[in-house]
Design a protein around this ligand. Structure first.
Ligand SMILES: [Zn+2]
Ligand SMILES: [Zn+2]
Ligand SMILES: [Zn+2]
Length: 329
């Protein structure tokens, strides 16, 4: 039985418990291929753009870490806080085809996948129990990848994950002092300095952050201010350049790294506004959605995984220069 525990010092939540040994065998069939015929709980499906049965779809995770029913039932035991892992855990099948990844699919297919991400986020935010919706992807042998089929995951939680909370607090503080979005300020400076940009495509920019956590860390963000990914994703045509830039960036990264983690950062569920003492009052102006890609360099993984301070043996400027020269298809 898994439970959520709050670290009493850093105040971040972890999901923790003794998991039963996974004994799921699909007998060699991929459960996500349309022809597998295995029973899946389909949540949403995007229409086809090229004659395949569908272009992307969301299904309930076959072994969910979070359960959809009930209340978190937060309780304390002395210093320690715990709650039930109430939430939603879905697999986002990126493509009907087993061999079409985000770096080699059609841009139109990737657009459908991104629209589906937006739709699922919007829909899950309708549930007031959920404070944050995470979309992420683990790819490659060292990443914790679960399935062979091209998939991402979406998780709705009753808390805001630590990294996002740090960003939200810092963005709000920057806005309080400067009345500007910190991400917009960074994007402007990067466009002036032109040292860490990988590629600009329409409204979007891919670049290596000034202080990377891992070598070749790359972010993609809209160049104009927008706090909510799902709002952009649901505007017709707004994701076309993003789809192409995502595909080209992942293609570049895959020529350097065996795997990667990818995570979308967007605004939390702001229906909790009143309860949080105005915490989200300026969020529309202070937060800015973006996608973070953290490559996993197989042989170097060890050298930075266990350090207390992030260490990157490749500077952001060199990383961006190398990525710029890499093939994109
Ligand atoms: Zn498959
Ligand atoms: Zn901004
Ligand atoms: Zn972020």
């Amino acid at each position: 039985m898994m439970e959520l525990r709050k670290d009493p010092i850093t105040r971040s939540w972890v999901i923790c418990g003794d998991e039963a040994e996974a004994s799921v065998s699909s007998g060699g069939f991929c459960p996500f291929c349309p022809e597998s015929g295995l029973p899946l709980q389909v949540v949403a499906t995007s229409p086809t753009v090229n004659g395949s049965p569908w272009s992307a779809r969301a299904v309930v995770h076959p072994r969910p870490l979070y359960g959809i029913d009930g209340e978190p039932g937060r309780s304390g035991n002395g210093l320690y806080d715990t709650m039930r892992p109430v939430g939603a855990h879905e697999v986002l099948v990126e493509n009907a085809r087993h061999d079409r990844h985000l770096w080699n699919a059609d841009d139109r297919e990737i657009e459908e996948y991104l629209a589906l991400c937006g739709q699922r986020i919007q829909d899950l935010k309708g549930d007031v129990r959920f404070k944050y919706i995470s979309v992420f992807k683990n790819y490659g042998p060292m990443s914790g990848q679960e399935f062979d089929h091209p998939t991402s995951e979406i998780v709705a939680t009753t808390f805001v994950p630590r990294r996002v909370l740090y960003e939200l607090r810092a963005a709000r503080e920057h806005y309080r002092v400067k009345e500007r979005c910190v991400f917009c300020d960074i994007l402007h400076q990067e466009q002036e300095q032109r040292q860490r940009i990988v590629e600009v495509r329409g409204e979007y920019m891919a670049g290596c952050p000034y202080a990377p956590r891992v070598p070749y860390e790359t972010w993609i963000a809209p160049r104009n201010h927008e706090a909510y990914f799902e709002r952009t994703a649901q505007k017709s045509g707004a994701m076309r350049d993003f789809a192409a830039l995502l595909r080209r960036t992942l293609f570049r990264i895959r020529t350097i790294a065996d795997g990667f983690h990818m995570v979308l950062h967007t605004s939390p569920n702001t229906v909790h506004r009143s309860e949080t003492l105005g915490f989200w009052k300026t969020i529309e102006d202070d937060y800015h959605w973006h996608l973070e890609i953290l490559p996993i360099l197989g042989n170097k993984a060890k050298s930075y995984t266990f350090k207390e301070v992030y260490y990157s043996p490749v500077s952001s400027e060199t990383a961006a220069a190398i990525l710029r020269e890499r093939p994109t298809e």
